[in-house]
Design a protein around this ligand. Structure first.
Ligand code: GLU
Length: 469
């Protein structure tokens, strides 16, 4: 039997990193089993769905390596409403479901506010279908439902504790639980790999599979993703959108490597591993069922390692969207015609070792492309203390006299200027750096001055000197 898995996101918001993790696990599992990965967009919640969220999911999947055209779908759940209704009808006709006209208040009046769930009042009333009547599944009174789960063993649920749950609302529309099962069934899904949040639905869904006469899939409920406070990652509180990480300059390879470590680790004492190793070694039954900590600091460090490992030419290429501002990435502060690719190529190797996410390239190199540096006033106040004017005067004079404008000569020159004033190089550099780049930290100063060139460097030093008068 061919393994068929699906990833079934609801397009109701930005694409969640936890969702991306489940998608990758499905993807790898399908590949390992020689199976098929199906993408199904669960767009039945018309009030919350938006087409741009669907597009966001497709493009984010593409970005982490689940490329459009290389999977089956996307299918849209809303196209199968007829099948969902037909299944509800079959369950009703087979006596597996019944109509119910109880309101929540009715139920509470009978059971008291403490008891949760439906009390089965309409089970044997034989109500006909009708406006405002919900269809409820008749759960078995006895026995238990054993969920075969590759991550969690065999979670077992007592049937008598499962309420007669609604499968179609009063207006006849089937609910998510049923639509999701019917689609999995008609798409021939053999393994449902999804987040732990859905585990409480699973016994109900498995009862639906049984009642519809089809063998249920094998389940795998992968761990919930939590923040440093052990709270489930939430889009209101935490940075959860895969797109946000992409636009900040995380590399797709770093991101997917990191996502796969949420609840699983490759062999040996290593975490940064080529994707081919992950594809080979990943095992669903090795996934740890406990909540997985999404550690943004660690991801950042990971990304820095991935950036440093790039060949310089690839790094230059990878930075391009932030240097030019493309798609959803904000444009840089300089004009397109101010950008100088040769100057960028000259400093790229210096920047590559210093940034952890690609968007950080912009503040590191903006001094090269802007007519005037963006002066950080706090940095200015810190660097331009007593003696700064005198130091700048001396540096300007010494730089003007330089025969060769190269990093080494610039350094020796400023070192000498500093020494004459009893200043170590670090102290002597500070006013020069702020005058030229606007900041107290950045790329190595003398290489930066070399690339910026004599005229522009001297112009900026003189401008700073004027400001100090
Ligand atoms: N549409 C559901 C969700 O986004 C997924 C349900 C499932 O994977 O079975 O949470």
């Amino acid at each position: 039997m061919t393994v068929r898995v699906r990833f079934a996101p609801s397009p109701t918001g930005m694409f969640h990193v936890g969702g991306a993790r489940s998608a990758l696990q499905n993807w790898i599992f399908a590949k390992q089993q020689g199976g098929v990965f199906v993408l199904r967009i669960e767009d039945t919640d018309a009030a919350r769905n938006r087409p741009e969220w669907t597009e966001g999911i497709l493009s984010a999947l593409d970005w982490i390596g689940i490329a459009r055209g290389s999977y089956e779908g996307p299918y849209f759940q809303s196209s199968y409403a007829g099948e969902h209704r037909a299944a509800a009808q079959r369950l009703y006709e087979g006596g597996r479901a019944y109509y119910c006209d109880c309101t929540r208040e009715d139920v509470q009046a009978r059971t008291g506010p403490q008891q949760r769930g439906y009390d089965g009042f309409c089970r044997d009333r034989g109500l006909e279908p009708g406006e405002g009547r919900a269809l409820r599944f008749r759960t078995p009174d006895e026995g238990e439902t054993v969920v075969v789960d590759l991550v969690r063993g065999e979670p077992t649920f007592e049937n008598k504790l499962i309420e007669d749950f609604v499968i179609a609302r009063g207006d006849g529309s089937p609910v998510f639980l049923l639509a999701n099962v019917v689609d999995d069934m008609s798409m021939g899904i053999t393994h449902v790999i999804r987040a732990e949040e859905h585990l409480p639905n699973t016994p109900k869904q498995q009862l639906l599979w049984d009642a519809l006469g089809v063998k249920p899939p094998v389940w795998a409920h992968v761990p919930v993703v939590v923040n440093e406070k052990r709270q489930k990652l939430s889009k209101r509180r935490d940075k959860v959108a895969l797109e946000a990480y992409r636009d900040e300059g995380y590399l797709a390879d770093a991101m997917r490597n990191y996502l796969m470590l949420l609840g699983w680790a490759p062999s040996g004492d290593r975490e940064i591993v080529p994707w081919s190793v992950i594809e080979e070694e990943f095992r669903l039954d090795e996934v740890n069922p406990s909540p997985a900590f999404f550690d943004e600091k660690k991801l950042r460090a990971f990304n820095g390692d991935y950036i440093r490992a790039l060949p310089v030419a690839d790094f230059v290429e990878a930075c391009r969207p932030w240097l030019t501002g493309t798609g959803t990435i904000a444009p840089p502060p300089w004009q397109p015609d101010e950008f100088d690719p040769a100057a960028f190529a000259a400093v790229a190797p210096l920047a590559q070792t210093r940034i952890a996410v690609l968007s950080e390239i912009v503040p590191n190199v903006d001094f090269l492309f802007l007519a005037d540096p963006l002066i950080d006033e706090a940095a200015w106040a810190k660097a331009m203390k007593e003696g700064a004017a005198d130091l700048l005067d001396a540096a300007i004079a010494a730089f003007e006299a330089l025969e060769s404008w190269d990093a080494e000569s610039l350094k020796a020159t400023l070192e000498a200027v500093g020494a004459e004033r009893g200043l170590k190089l670090g102290k002597a550099q500070a006013p020069v750096r702020v005058a030229v780049t606007g900041r107290t930290v950045g790329l190595p100063l003398f290489e930066s001055l070399e690339v910026l060139g004599r005229d522009r460097t001297l112009t900026r030093l003189r401008a700073a000197r004027v400001r100090l008068v």
